[in-house]
Design a protein around this ligand. Structure first.
Ligand SMILES: [Zn+2]
Length: 220
């Protein structure tokens, strides 16, 4: 059971979820985990976030929105781009129970900052009888960007904003699509650091095929 005494904990964990997940986890492990962890009910409602959840969001340009719209009681899937939502709902549906496997499902992904290439692992733990899930992110690799793979482009709106007034950014590699070109995505670190208001998220073809091709296999 939960023995965590942080006053703030009650604002970050639904008491029913605290009781459920407390059968599987030591809360201090999650509370002190340096990267985001979130507990979900089966319908995707956020039932727990650790302190790193908000810290990470603030460091990556989404802080206020995450605090307001992607915290306890909100739906986890609401902030995931339409293209990737089926992938994440499938991950939960197919997460092995502890009766099936003691190894949680792990999905590796890129979430670079403006200065560093970063690769993370997302582990998905199914709680007893799949009455909830714990999603735990961990940093695997962080290194300064290699300019040969990440040549820097300037944040020039006229090269990227479509006729509809939006800038398309890949939710995975965070490159932005050049206007009027079918397949050309540029690394614009200034917009990773400070996203313009007109940015929308999608997934570029390379990330889709490399990281999410099993989504296509699931769905078709
Ligand atoms: Zn991409």
């Amino acid at each position: 059971m939960n023995t965590h005494t942080d006053r703030d904990f009650d604002h970050r964990s639904d008491p029913a979820f605290t009781a459920l997940a407390g059968r599987c986890f030591e809360w201090d492990d999650l509370e002190h985990h340096p990267w985001p962890a979130a507990g979900l009910w089966p319908d995707g409602t956020i039932a727990y976030v650790n302190p790193a959840w908000s810290v990470f969001a603030h460091q990556n340009g989404g802080g206020m929105v995450v605090d307001r719209e992607w915290s306890l009681g909100a739906n986890y899937f609401s902030a995931i781009t339409d293209t990737l939502r089926p992938f994440f709902t499938d991950l939960l549906a197919n997460a092995p129970t502890t009766q099936q496997s003691l190894a949680p499902y792990t999905h590796e992904y890129e979430c670079s900052s403006a200065d560093e290439f970063r690769r993370f692992a997302l582990q998905i733990f199914a709680l007893p009888d799949k009455r909830g899930y714990m999603l735990v992110h961990s940093l695997l690799v962080a290194a300064p960007h290699d300019v040969s793979t990440h040549p820097i482009s300037d944040p020039d709106i006229k090269h990227y904003e479509t006729a509809d007034g939006v800038i398309k950014q890949c939710a995975h590699c965070r490159r932005v699509e050049r206007r009027n070109q079918i397949v050309h995505w540029d690394w614009v670190p200034a917009w990773v650091k400070h996203p313009p208001a007109s940015i929308t998220h999608t997934i570029c073809a390379l990330c889709h095929s490399f990281y999410y091709s099993h989504l296509s296999r699931h769905r078709h």
